[in-house]
Ligand binder design. Structure first.
Ligand SMILES: [Zn+2]
Length: 338
């Protein structure tokens, strides 16, 4: 059986479109998230007749099929699951350990996750402390894990920060740099035919290069004076650094989502928004602190814009793949700042 990547789905959020494609959130968004409804949905599966058609067009199909039939390929996040499945052109299913919409920083694996991890042929992990309680479980597993954060050149982490920024996928160049690393690990684990991985990796790299160019052009259309932004935590920082936005403050004073902000910090953020003429606060659609709404209100009603930062969105969000996620986020940012 051939399958595309499998993604857990959420029910739609109570985000209401407001004006030119931007989303403005009320403080009750949290309450509408029903993570209990998350289901693992395997999309794009086809039956055996499809398979035989493809066999005829692929001279190495026998090897590929044998590897696919037995391969158990996992990624920690839905974003890395999507990227990884592109390296076989969707021929090998990639499961996401952290459900879409869940906060990776605070994620704790269940017993069933531990069994899946131990049985996996390869696990693609972000690292740099992103995966919360999942990280130690992966480190203690006998399954092969490729930790991207430790192997991929990450420009945004060259500044000597005390704590590395784990949100490396928000810089498409980092994802491009990660492709050979993932492909090498997939070949070593015999996930699929090497020719298939090489061909699909090259095709996906072309798409990532185009995405990068399009995003640079899109963000480049924002006037220089309108590029000061505030974010929830630092999830958008790699994107901002690549495309020339200036994150002048974060509502949460940490690189992750795990720490409360002090009243003094929140007051500083409000002052920065006013002093630097910030036009929007950009937060993760799936989880953000109620402090965001308080800061937005205190600063005079600055819009709060939900982006897809740490997880793919559902099928109708415009963010159900990594390529679409970056494009949709760029469009929402441009819409808010121009
Ligand atoms: Zn984060």
């Amino acid at each position: 059986m051939r399958c595309l990547a499998s993604f857990p789905m959420l029910r739609p959020l109570a985000a209401s479109p407001s004006g030119s494609g931007r989303f403005v959130f009320g403080r009750f968004v949290f309450g509408t998230l029903t993570l209990g409804l998350i289901m693992l949905v395997v999309s794009g599966c086809s039956d055996g007749s499809d398979q035989s058609e493809d066999n005829n067009s692929d001279s190495s199909a026998g090897t590929t099929n044998e590897a696919q039939a037995s391969a158990s390929l996992l990624a920690t996040t839905s974003i890395w699951a999507d990227v990884t499945t592109q390296l076989t052109c969707g021929q090998v299913e990639v499961g996401s350990l952290i459900p879409a919409g869940a906060d990776p920083h605070s994620f704790e694996p269940a017993l069933a996750d531990r069994a899946s991890i131990d049985e996996a042929d390869l696990i693609v992990a972000n690292g740099l402390g992103l995966e919360g309680g999942l990280g130690p479980v992966l480190e203690g597993s006998s399954a092969p894990v490729v930790w991207l954060g430790g192997q991929v050149d990450v420009a945004s982490n060259d500044g000597g920060d005390e704590q590395s920024d784990p949100h490396i996928w928000m810089d498409p160049e980092v994802v491009m740099n990660a492709i050979p690393t993932i492909a090498k690990a997939m070949n070593e684990a015999e996930i699929a035919d090497p020719d298939t991985i090489a061909r699909c990796s090259a095709d996906y790299l072309d798409k990532l290069e185009q995405l990068d160019a399009d995003t640079a052009a899109s963000i480049g259309s924002i006037p220089e004076d309108d590029r000061n932004i505030v974010t929830g935590h630092r999830a958008l920082t790699p994107f901002a650094e690549r495309y020339g936005l200036d994150v002048v403050a974060t509502v949460l004073a940490s690189v992750d989502s795990l720490h409360e902000s002090t009243p003094a910090h929140l007051s500083d953020v409000v002052k920065t928004i006013q002093d630097d003429d910030v036009q929007g606060i950009f937060v993760d659609e799936f989880q953000y602190s109620p402090d965001v709404d308080a800061v937005a209100r205190e600063a005079g009603g600055v819009p709060v814009i939900g982006l897809y930062l740490e997880s793919l969105g559902g099928p109708d969000t415009g963010a159900s793949s990594y390529l679409d996620l970056i494009s949709t986020d760029a469009a929402l940012i441009v819409g808010a700042l121009t």
